[in-house]
Design a protein around this ligand. Structure first.
Ligand SMILES: [Zn+2]
Length: 145
């Protein structure tokens, strides 16, 4: 089977992992840390291109802000979903106040906003917090192929 490319959440190096081994807790070839942590990683200008563009798997981003109440209540749902959907998806969070240039590029108008990317391209977006079953349904319905 063809290896697929996965960006390390720790050092941002692109790793090539055989597709059939992706569920076997693969480690980064460079820093030796796990490629999947069972929780979202934080996006910032230094890693956003590597995380979005060099991951073969789709990347789901939760765009949030510290002053946003619904974002806070959604955070544990998003984290739980990461544990369920990795390694089929990569989960990431964008603090829209800490990285306003990225929020602007993605035209975030309300938060929380969820954006699903595949190989750097936005393929689906939703505004507002979801319950875990709603999020699962939304992801399963996404056309990621
Ligand atoms: Zn690494």
């Amino acid at each position: 089977m063809n290896p697929i490319q996965i960006t390390c959440p720790n050092c941002n190096v692109a790793n090539r992992v055989p597709e059939e081994r992706i569920g076997d807790k693969p480690q980064c070839g460079k820093c030796k840390k796990p490629l999947f942590l069972g929780k979202p990683l934080d996006l910032h200008p230094g890693n956003v291109n590597a995380v979005l563009g060099k991951n073969y798997i789709p990347v789901l981003v939760d765009c949030w802000a510290s002053w946003c109440g619904p974002c806070k209540s959604f955070a544990p749902v998003f984290e739980q979903a990461a544990g369920i959907f990795e390694p089929g998806f990569r989960f990431a969070k964008l603090d829209t106040e800490a990285a306003p240039s990225i929020a602007e590029r993605w035209a975030i108008r309300s938060i929380p906003t969820l954006i699903l990317f595949k190989q750097g391209k936005e393929i689906q977006r939703a505004s507002g917090a979801m319950s875990l079953p709603q999020l699962q349904q939304w992801l399963r319905a996404a056309n990621i192929n």
